[in-house]
Design a protein around this ligand. Structure first.
Ligand code: ZN
Length: 165
Protein backbone atom coordinates (compact mmCIF):
# COMPACT_ATOMS: atom_id res chain seq x y z
CA UNK A 1 0.00 0.00 0.00
CA UNK A 2 1.43 3.39 -0.99
CA UNK A 3 2.30 5.62 1.81
CA UNK A 4 0.28 8.79 1.84
CA UNK A 5 2.19 11.94 2.57
CA UNK A 6 0.78 13.81 5.47
CA UNK A 7 -0.10 17.44 5.09
CA UNK A 8 -0.42 19.20 8.32
CA UNK A 9 -0.79 22.55 9.81
CA UNK A 10 -1.97 24.64 6.90
CA UNK A 11 -5.60 25.45 6.54
CA UNK A 12 -7.10 27.98 4.21
CA UNK A 13 -10.40 29.22 5.36
CA UNK A 14 -12.22 30.30 2.27
CA UNK A 15 -15.79 31.06 1.45
CA UNK A 16 -18.09 33.38 -0.39
CA UNK A 17 -19.95 36.41 0.71
CA UNK A 18 -22.58 38.62 -0.86
CA UNK A 19 -21.86 42.29 -0.68
CA UNK A 20 -24.49 44.91 -1.35
CA UNK A 21 -23.21 48.30 -2.30
CA UNK A 22 -25.28 51.42 -2.72
CA UNK A 23 -25.66 52.88 -6.19
CA UNK A 24 -26.48 56.41 -5.13
CA UNK A 25 -29.22 58.35 -6.82
CA UNK A 26 -32.50 59.50 -5.39
CA UNK A 27 -34.63 56.94 -3.54
CA UNK A 28 -38.08 55.93 -4.77
CA UNK A 29 -40.89 56.14 -2.25
CA UNK A 30 -43.24 53.19 -2.66
CA UNK A 31 -45.12 50.42 -0.86
CA UNK A 32 -43.01 47.41 0.14
CA UNK A 33 -44.52 44.00 -0.72
CA UNK A 34 -42.56 42.44 2.14
CA UNK A 35 -43.15 44.65 5.18
CA UNK A 36 -46.18 46.52 3.85
CA UNK A 37 -44.92 49.98 4.75
CA UNK A 38 -44.43 52.89 2.38
CA UNK A 39 -40.71 53.41 2.50
CA UNK A 40 -37.91 54.83 0.38
CA UNK A 41 -36.29 52.22 -1.84
CA UNK A 42 -32.68 52.57 -2.86
CA UNK A 43 -30.72 51.04 -5.72
CA UNK A 44 -28.07 48.48 -4.74
CA UNK A 45 -25.65 46.26 -6.52
CA UNK A 46 -25.15 42.73 -5.20
CA UNK A 47 -22.02 40.75 -6.00
CA UNK A 48 -20.71 37.51 -4.62
CA UNK A 49 -17.09 37.72 -3.51
CA UNK A 50 -14.54 35.02 -2.84
CA UNK A 51 -13.33 35.38 0.73
CA UNK A 52 -10.18 34.26 2.50
CA UNK A 53 -10.46 34.22 6.24
CA UNK A 54 -13.73 36.12 5.81
CA UNK A 55 -12.07 38.92 3.90
CA UNK A 56 -13.45 39.58 0.40
CA UNK A 57 -10.63 39.07 -2.10
CA UNK A 58 -12.22 39.24 -5.53
CA UNK A 59 -15.72 39.17 -6.99
CA UNK A 60 -16.83 35.87 -8.50
CA UNK A 61 -20.13 37.02 -9.91
CA UNK A 62 -21.29 39.91 -12.00
CA UNK A 63 -23.24 42.57 -10.24
CA UNK A 64 -26.94 42.07 -9.79
CA UNK A 65 -28.91 45.25 -9.48
CA UNK A 66 -31.69 45.29 -6.93
CA UNK A 67 -34.01 47.71 -5.16
CA UNK A 68 -33.81 47.58 -1.40
CA UNK A 69 -36.51 48.58 1.07
CA UNK A 70 -34.88 50.85 3.63
CA UNK A 71 -37.41 49.73 6.23
CA UNK A 72 -37.00 45.93 6.22
CA UNK A 73 -33.88 45.75 3.98
CA UNK A 74 -35.42 43.18 1.66
CA UNK A 75 -33.84 43.34 -1.79
CA UNK A 76 -36.10 43.00 -4.79
CA UNK A 77 -34.77 41.72 -8.05
CA UNK A 78 -35.17 44.80 -10.21
CA UNK A 79 -33.08 47.87 -10.93
CA UNK A 80 -34.17 51.05 -9.21
CA UNK A 81 -34.97 52.79 -12.55
CA UNK A 82 -37.64 50.20 -13.26
CA UNK A 83 -39.22 50.86 -9.90
CA UNK A 84 -39.00 54.60 -10.49
CA UNK A 85 -40.62 54.20 -13.92
CA UNK A 86 -43.39 52.01 -12.52
CA UNK A 87 -44.24 54.43 -9.74
CA UNK A 88 -44.19 57.40 -12.14
CA UNK A 89 -46.54 55.54 -14.50
CA UNK A 90 -48.97 54.72 -11.74
CA UNK A 91 -49.02 58.40 -10.83
CA UNK A 92 -49.72 59.29 -14.44
CA UNK A 93 -52.53 56.77 -14.57
CA UNK A 94 -54.09 58.35 -11.48
CA UNK A 95 -53.77 61.79 -13.03
CA UNK A 96 -55.57 60.64 -16.16
CA UNK A 97 -58.31 59.12 -14.05
CA UNK A 98 -58.59 62.34 -12.03
CA UNK A 99 -58.83 64.42 -15.21
CA UNK A 100 -61.54 62.15 -16.65
CA UNK A 101 -63.53 62.32 -13.42
CA UNK A 102 -63.16 66.07 -13.22
CA UNK A 103 -64.53 66.48 -16.74
CA UNK A 104 -67.46 64.16 -16.03
CA UNK A 105 -68.18 66.20 -12.90
CA UNK A 106 -68.27 69.41 -14.91
CA UNK A 107 -71.04 67.87 -16.99
CA UNK A 108 -72.80 66.50 -13.90
CA UNK A 109 -71.91 68.95 -11.13
CA UNK A 110 -74.38 67.43 -8.67
CA UNK A 111 -73.05 63.87 -8.94
CA UNK A 112 -71.75 63.12 -5.45
CA UNK A 113 -70.45 59.67 -6.42
CA UNK A 114 -68.13 61.22 -9.02
CA UNK A 115 -66.98 63.85 -6.55
CA UNK A 116 -66.25 61.22 -3.92
CA UNK A 117 -64.20 59.16 -6.40
CA UNK A 118 -62.28 62.24 -7.49
CA UNK A 119 -61.52 63.28 -3.92
CA UNK A 120 -60.37 59.75 -3.07
CA UNK A 121 -57.99 59.71 -6.03
CA UNK A 122 -56.52 63.08 -5.08
CA UNK A 123 -56.14 61.94 -1.49
CA UNK A 124 -54.40 58.72 -2.62
CA UNK A 125 -52.03 60.79 -4.74
CA UNK A 126 -51.15 62.93 -1.74
CA UNK A 127 -52.88 65.92 -3.37
CA UNK A 128 -55.08 66.94 -0.47
CA UNK A 129 -55.26 70.53 -1.71
CA UNK A 130 -56.69 69.36 -5.03
CA UNK A 131 -59.32 67.29 -3.21
CA UNK A 132 -60.32 70.35 -1.19
CA UNK A 133 -60.53 72.61 -4.25
CA UNK A 134 -62.55 69.98 -6.15
CA UNK A 135 -65.02 69.86 -3.26
CA UNK A 136 -65.30 73.68 -3.38
CA UNK A 137 -65.80 73.62 -7.15
CA UNK A 138 -68.79 71.32 -6.87
CA UNK A 139 -70.70 72.55 -3.81
CA UNK A 140 -73.96 70.89 -4.90
CA UNK A 141 -72.35 67.45 -5.06
CA UNK A 142 -70.66 68.14 -1.73
CA UNK A 143 -73.93 69.20 -0.12
CA UNK A 144 -75.62 66.03 -1.40
CA UNK A 145 -73.16 63.64 0.17
CA UNK A 146 -72.19 63.24 3.81
CA UNK A 147 -69.47 60.80 2.60
CA UNK A 148 -67.85 63.63 0.65
CA UNK A 149 -68.12 66.06 3.55
CA UNK A 150 -66.55 63.54 5.95
CA UNK A 151 -63.72 62.89 3.53
CA UNK A 152 -63.21 66.64 3.11
CA UNK A 153 -63.08 67.11 6.87
CA UNK A 154 -60.51 64.29 7.18
CA UNK A 155 -58.34 65.78 4.43
CA UNK A 156 -58.53 69.29 5.90
CA UNK A 157 -57.67 67.97 9.36
CA UNK A 158 -54.55 66.18 8.10
CA UNK A 159 -51.47 68.42 7.82
CA UNK A 160 -50.40 66.73 4.59
CA UNK A 161 -50.34 63.08 3.50
CA UNK A 162 -46.60 63.21 2.94
CA UNK A 163 -46.01 64.12 6.57
CA UNK A 164 -48.22 61.29 7.83
CA UNK A 165 -46.23 58.57 6.11
ZN1 ZN B 1 -39.90 46.51 3.43
Amino acid sequence: MPHRPEHRGFIILFGTRQIRSGEGGPPVETGCPNCGTTAPFIGKNIRTWFTLFFIPVFPISGGQRVSECTHCHTAFNLPIEQLRGASANSGQHQYQEAIALYNRLRENPTDAVLLFQLMQIYAAMGEGDQAVSAARHFPEALAASSQCRELLARIEAAPSPAQQA
